[in-house]
Design a protein around this ligand. Sequence first.
Ligand code: ASP
Length: 411
Amino acid sequence: MTKIWFAIPLWQRVVAALLLGVITGLAWGPEAESIKWIGDLFIKAIKMLVVPLIFFSLVAGVCAIGDLRKLGAVGGRSLLLFMVTGAISVGLGLGLGTVLQPGAGLSIPLPDSFTPSTETFDPTDMILRFVPENVIDVMATGDVLPLITFAILFGIGILLAGEAGLPMVKAMDSGAIIMQKMTLIVMELTPFGVFALMAWVAGTFGTDALLPLAKVVGLNYFGCALIIVLVYPAIIKLFTKLPILDFFRGILDAQAVAYSTASSNATLPVSMRCTQRNLGVSRSVSSFVLSLGATINMNGTAMYMGLASLFGAQVFGVELGVTEYLLIAITGTIGAVGAAGVPGSGLIMMGLVFGVAGIPMETIALVAGIDRIMDMMRTMTNITGDAAVAVAVGHMMGEIDVEEYESDDDV
Ligand code: ASP
């Protein structure tokens, strides 16, 4: 029995759980609330991961960027482009979520444990919030914004320590890998959590709940498509003046693999082959930019962070002010950097954004059942962005074979 269970890919089990949960809820009615505790258990397990996952992934990420310094020019340019496109993407998600209101029409009462964010916009306060007074306290209360500052500084400290910092680089890398494994274990709870929560939502709110979810999926595809057809061509035009169609033709294979695997990491070998062989970017630039990009450059994920935040706020009736919007923009960009290039990592990293902006974590469970289908599009966007930056940086460094880029004999 367990053999059959694990032989089915997780995302298929989650989608089945979603459908079954909706059917059960519709048939059972408000009584379905009696199994909501299973969903709460799942949410607690996710919350448990957030603090250590952010800490280890960010420190390990900063350490990896340390190697990047050696490559100086390439690293600096790539990072700048990654950050700019990341910020534009979160902004796009926030804009779509605000204007098109995916959460309108579904209203779920706030969970008892929820404490509203009491922020008002005050730039000084905002700066002060970034710096922790006591890092243990920050970790204990799950206050992720100052935790990010500490993690980044800790990473820089390791780099400055040079030789003496090396054991810590190893420890942090290993911590990040261990946290990813723990995430995999918790993800195995997803079908049960999704089943229970969807039964509860459908039982309490009836079919009204389905339209908003379909809207989130639609907007996720729309937002990602905008990034692919507007942002990336703009980068290529701005930095290289090379024809756009050749870019899309060259990267098609990698896009197909990304869409079907929902993993930037798994797509990496194909992205490398496409960028080197079809787009003519030199081996050194493409390997470097794409490896770094698969780990930290996730524009589709960043866009989705903004969109999902607005969805959660609308569904649970949480008011978002200018401060929250800014916090979502900042943490969304950082969260996308912290998300690993594996399926579903964006879903877990949303805990970071929600924690900071004061949006109920229950939102994660609400969208978990439809995450895979959105993840596929996010990942395709993510790897297309890596390739666009590789082409731009390759061109700036004079390391692109234009003839190869423009030629039709793509593999
Ligand atoms: N699966 C995505 C990737 O590998 C990350 C995400 O969950 O958004 O790029």
